[in-house]
Design a protein around this ligand. Sequence first.
Ligand SMILES: Cc1cc2c(cc1C)N(C[C@H](O)[C@H](O)[C@H](O)COP(=O)(O)OP(=O)(O)OC[C@H]1O[C@@H](n3cnc4c(N)ncnc43)[C@H](O)[C@@H]1O)c1[nH]c(=O)[nH]c(=O)c1N2
Ligand SMILES: CCCCCCC(=O)C(=O)O
Ligand SMILES: [Mn+2]
Length: 488
Amino acid sequence: MHGQTGIEPRTLQTQTDDCWLAAATKSKIPDRFAQAVVDIVGSENVSTTDAVREQHGHDESYHTTSPPDIVAFAESTEHVSQVAKLCNDHEVPLIPFGSGTGLEGGINALKGGLCLDLSKMKKILSVHPEDFDCTVEAGVTRVTLNNYLRDTGLTFPIDPGADASVCGMCATSASGTNAVRYGTMRENVLNMEVVLPDGRVIHTAGKGRRTKKTSAGYNLTNLFVGSEGTLGIITQATLRLHGIPEATISAVCSFNTIQEAVDSTVQILQMGIPIARIEFLDEVSVDACNRYSKLDMKVAPSLFFEFTGSPDTLDKQAEVVKDIASMNGASEFKWASKPEERNQLWKARHDILYACMALNPGSKPYSTDVCVPISNLPEVITRSKEAIQKAGVIGPIVGHVGDGNFHVFFPTDRSNPEEVKKISDVSVYMAQIAMELDGTCTGEHGIGMGKRGLLQQEIGDEGMEVMKQLKSTFDPKGIMNPGKVFPE
Ligand SMILES: Cc1cc2c(cc1C)N(C[C@H](O)[C@H](O)[C@H](O)COP(=O)(O)OP(=O)(O)OC[C@H]1O[C@@H](n3cnc4c(N)ncnc43)[C@H](O)[C@@H]1O)c1[nH]c(=O)[nH]c(=O)c1N2
Ligand SMILES: CCCCCCC(=O)C(=O)O
Ligand SMILES: [Mn+2]
């Protein structure tokens, strides 16, 4: 049977002499390994072509492409288990691939090896509307899931600005604009099926369990949420679903200063307003938004709001928020109640990345992702802004200020090493400020390749040692996504 690789499938002799040197010294996987992969998943699900390897060697981050030696497409948990065992037996690096929308180089094959693409595992295995939960396979994306849920009156609200795989979202502990109301993946994953590097299959909360809470043993679910493919391969996720609100209204208002906007955010949250979304854009981002999305907002620090609930509670929420914002100098309050108006506003927010890149045509994005306790938000944003201005670079600020999380989307000329260095220095400086203010270097995008040193600083030596002990317990041969999360 000849497949894409043109390789005759035959049984691999798993003799000791077949065990290859640690991947670090191997730049190419011998054909007999590819044969064994073909034997497991079928030749139609294996590729060593340059195009497919290139496509699986980078995500949406600024990191340089590092292609794997071989790409395999899994169609079942059994496929994943057998491929994992094969890689483990032969010490071949294994990188799980969801949708490739990550922002920290998480799927780059830094030591070559096998990229295991899970996008063919597309089954929505169950939906229990009466219990507000569902279980999906690794390749199901958030848009596919929500389209499937459309008639149930339920939604899965975690909304990164890309159509990511749900299990990739588990792996990076993703969030988005709805986190202020619904939390992040950490709060919305009830159980996961995970394949360990040696091929064992576990269910982190016990097979079939789907309770909203549990205190049964260690929290293995949240051990694997955010593990970025370094501990195991998530093959199924059981998720918490939420009702679709009866009524929704959005609004935008502008402020004289960043401080006023962020002070308003803190006061609104401290008032216990169950606001659905609250996003901050500085004047550079608003200007970019106006140009790209053809809007006419006042070019000033602004807040995008969304309120959900019953019609009468909406009015009350909106009135209180408008009072608070007005007391902080807000003006230009614009309301969007019609779906098309709201969609236009939030599409502009979700398109902000492209809007910021359009400020410097031909540039590529470099994004930061710091998060602090909300009371420290004014200081970290103000000091970040000063650093951006001092560096003389374009640094639009956007963010999920309701979570204390914000981004700078630097439109970067990657061919200009001086510019890249300036931006990287500002990014590290921002992370240092955030950590100084009891915060973190990443609120939602993860550590990946570029923030390993920052993680060490953030967690501390002892904490890092425990993480390494966990890693060596689950992945003693270190095949899982080498070069990510842990400093070399
Ligand atoms: C325009 C745009 C906008 C946004 C974002 C991206 C882009 C391009 N993101 C980032 C991204 O969407 C987010 O990190 C997703 O969780 C990545 O999911 P993928 O399926 O694409 O994972 P991808 O395939 O990129 O992999 C990401 C990491 O997870 C691992 N992985 C993937 N699938 C796995 C599995 N089944 N088992 C184990 N490990 C697995 C990979 O090995 C890698 O380390 C984001 N994020 C966010 O949190 N909030 C946001 O608002 C946005 N907004
Ligand atoms: C380099 C691309 C940055 C996209 C970040 C998207 C994001 O997190 C957001 O909130 O928007
Ligand atoms: Mn974000």
